[in-house]
Design a protein around this ligand. Structure first.
Ligand SMILES: NC(=O)c1ccc[n+]([C@@H]2O[C@H](COP(=O)([O-])OP(=O)(O)OC[C@H]3O[C@@H](n4cnc5c(N)ncnc54)[C@H](OP(=O)(O)O)[C@@H]3O)[C@@H](O)[C@H]2O)c1
Length: 329
């Protein structure tokens, strides 16, 4: 079977611990090489994950003509610059979320990518490939809970390490960028709509200068979605959709465990029905979908336009916090 030959840009934790092993378990992905700014780190990662080649610079990996696609789990400020370099080197790109630092930067990537129509680029919102979310979307599209009137999402964890990339202001840190992006993306995904205006309230960490708690209302016209995300709070995640006839409760919206079933509850007329969603690795599914799009030359499941629209909402929420009023998206 033909496989896509992948190169990994950096020894990021998410790559080494989750995404690379998950892709190695897929049928269409071959992890061929890894690069680090530190050659020794690259070698250690290659040994640990049984990756045949390693490089001491990202440039060397991009110059390898036996690599078809690049996975980019770099800090947020480097996502778009390295995505563009990878495209220029003739590689397809799967880039971590959020796609970049601003919607203007994301729009710039979208325009630039049009110069490489034979290459695929996608923001790595892995949850979209998990059967749980396809199930939830179908319940909503089938109007099982009537008309959706509002959504409530929550995502938090505790991490106040100033060395962590999430707590560095100048490289795209902050909770809204790191996890608020999921609450926004998931609301937009299941509603198949864009919010028209938003209201946001952010609390910043005084020392690190990054937002550590953000709450927002997104107005989708006939539906609203509210969420809170925080990087300095007890860990929790949940996603609930309220309709005119019932509600849907998603147990684990983002960090869906790969080896354990997850649950979705549908509540109609006061009766709660439990749906058990079998365990699946969302990172394997993501790698497989993207690789198949490359091998069959079909569209990627999530186009870059979607990434631009998600960034627009993040920006509008930050702007609303500054203005203290609603901001049009
Ligand atoms: N989809 C998901 O489930 C998920 C989960 C977690 C994180 N993420 C995303 O993945 C990305 C990486 O997150 P992470 O927590 O895995 O990051 P991390 O462990 O801090 O790794 C980032 C890597 O980037 C490289 N790097 C290059 N320039 C750097 C700089 N100036 N500062 C710090 N590192 C630099 C380093 O690799 P080398 O030293 O090897 O070059 C570093 O190991 C982020 O965009 C994050 O939003 C996604």
């Amino acid at each position: 079977m033909k496989k896509v030959r992948w190169g990994i840009l950096s020894t990021a934790k998410i790559g080494l611990e989750k995404v690379v092993p998950a892709m190695q378990a897929g049928e269409y992905c071959e992890i061929s090489a890894i690069a680090s700014r530190d050659r020794t780190q690259a070698e250690m990662a290659a040994t640990r994950l049984n990756i045949p080649k390693f490089y001491g610079t990202y440039e060397e990996l991009l110059a390898d003509s036996d690599i078809d696609a690049i996975y980019i789990p770099l800090p947020n400020h480097l996502h778009i610059p390295w995505t563009i370099k990878a495209l220029e080197a003739g590689k397809h790109v799967l880039c971590e979320k959020p796609i970049g630092l601003s919607s203007a930067e994301a729009q710039g990537l979208l325009e630039r990518s049009k110069g490489f129509p034979h290459l695929k680029v996608m923001e790595a919102f892995m949850y979209r490939f998990h059967p749980q979310w396809l199930f939830v979307k179908k319940l909503i599209d089938d109007k099982r809970i009537g008309d959706v009137r509002t959504i409530q999402a929550f995502f938090s964890y505790f991490n106040d390490d100033p060395q962590n990339i999430r707590n560095k202001k100048d490289i795209g840190g902050g909770g809204l960028m790191d996890i608020g992006c999921y609450c926004i993306s998931q609301s937009r995904f299941i509603l198949s709509q864009e919010p028209v205006r938003v209201f946001g309230m952010l609390e910043y960490d005084e020392k690190m200068g990054v937002d550590r708690m953000a709450s927002a209302i997104m107005d989708f016209g006939n539906t609203s979605s509210t969420f809170t995300c925080s990087t300095q709070l007890a860990p929790f995640q949940n996603f609930r959709v309220f309709g005119t006839k019932g509600l849907i409760d998603v147990e684990i919206p983002v960090n869906i465990p790969p080896h354990k079933a997850t649950h979705v509850w549908l509540e109609l007329n006061g009766k709660r029905e439990e749906f058990v969603i079998e365990a699946q690795n969302q990172y394997t599914l993501q790698g497989e979908f993207f690789s198949k799009a490359i091998l069959n030359n079909t569209s990627v499941p999530t186009p870059l336009e979607d990434a631009v629209n998600n960034m627009k909402v993040i920006e509008a929420i930050k702007e609303s916090n500054l203005q203290g009023s609603w901001v049009m998206v």
